[in-house]
Design a protein around this ligand. Structure first.
Ligand code: FAQ
Length: 313
């Protein structure tokens, strides 16, 4: 069969909502786009453990510490499902991780911001996990089977993450003046970077058109960002706090909130590696990889021994 026919059959399958599975024929560009997006997503989960891990030892109570520990462990699990989904596309985990360490692969811009106060744990849960879910619920219907299935479980856990973040902010918002100020300050610092998580404006998004045709993405960056803003405007009222955007205003014609200008220069600087914590984050991941050499070697030696014993028996 000619490549043209194979491509047509492939697109027909996608249009008929049939999932693409690892052994199915797929265009090389589809495979590469999925490797790019899924690995980037996996790296985000793993790097995303760092800003929160920073607060495990300083959580204000045993309950909060247990919740935060569980959340950070969940992120590790998400990273592992996603690395596995990526491997089904024919790239090894080592290669994927090398791409992160060499700076070839990206991870979400959001994790290059510092977590300065305990309230940041609430704001990260509410806004960062909130933005992540908005995007990932859509991705449970992505066209590549292993990615879609990994996302189902991830979304269940992320929804607990978002709720615990909101609840933690709710407690602070009902606390002392100092706690309320801490809560507002965290919202102010995380709001704009959270909006940037959805990626550049549609007009600047290089991958969206093709990814929408292949149903890897089903909503554009701007559509999801708007949906997120509309949701948060209502939720922030429950906290008795404000969002740091004087231009937020209901637009009855559009049936959405209008919002102020996003600082795209800042976004691209962070994506290019010049955000407040980029160097620190990559250094921490490289160090962890080096510190873990002995564990990987021990596991590989154990597996070899087991195989040899089984062969000898
Ligand atoms: N940061 O053409 P588009 C989480 C890049 S998980 C850095 O629009 P696309 C859980 C993009 O790669 C959060 N780079 O790209 C958690 C592309 O460059 P490339 C992560 C970004 O792929 C919570 C270029 O800009 N979620 O938070 C960003 O169609 C709490 C042009 O952009 C995912 O990864 C960015 N924000 O759409 C963990 C979800 N945005 O690669 C711990 C899966 C764009 O061509 C604590 N990913 N770029 O060189 C996606 O849905 C998509 O990849 C988008 C971007 C929507 C992120």
């Amino acid at each position: 069969m000619s490549v043209h026919n194979l491509e047509q059959l492939f697109q027909d399958k996608i249009d008929a909502e049939i999932k693409i599975e690892p052994l199915d024929w797929m265009p090389e560009a589809y495979r590469k786009t999925n490797i790019r997006q899924i690995s980037q997503h996996a790296h985000s989960e793993i790097v995303g453990m760092l800003p929160e891990g920073n607060w495990i030892s300083r959580a204000p109570s045993l309950k909060r510490k247990a919740i935060l520990l569980a959340k950070v462990q969940d992120e590790a699990g998400h990273g592992l499902y996603l690395y596995s989904a990526c491997e089904t596309l024919g790239i090894s985990r080592e290669e994927t991780i090398n791409d992160l360490h060499s700076g070839r692969a990206k991870y979400s811009s959001i994790f290059n911001y510092p977590t300065l106060s305990w309230a940041d744990m609430g704001a990260v849960g509410w806004l960062v996990d909130g933005a992540a879910i908005m995007n990932q619920v859509m991705l449970t219907r992505t066209s590549y089977g292993p990615y879609a299935r990994a996302l189902v479980r991830i979304c269940k856990e992320e929804s607990f993450h978002q709720r615990q973040g909101f609840e933690s902010l709710l407690v602070l918002s009902r606390g002392s003046a100092e706690q309320r100020a801490m809560c507002q300050d965290a919202i102010n610092r995380w709001w704009w970077p959270a909006l940037m998580m959805f990626g550049p404006r549609d007009s600047e998004s290089t991958n969206s058109d093709q990814s929408m045709k292949w149903k890897i993405k089903r909503k554009t960056n701007d559509e999801l960002r708007q949906q997120f803003i509309d949701m948060c405007v209502d939720q922030v009222k429950l906290l008795g706090m404000t969002l740091p955007d004087p231009d937020l205003k209901w637009n009855a014609d559009r049936n959405h909130y209008d919002f102020g200008a996003i600082n795209w220069d800042e976004f691209w600087q962070v994506v290019k590696g010049n955000g407040p914590c980029n160097r620190e984050r990559l250094q921490a991941r490289k160090q962890a990889w080096e510190d873990g050499v002995w564990v990987r070697e021990a596991a590989a030696a154990h597996a070899t021994k087991k195989r040899e014993r089984a062969n000898a028996a």
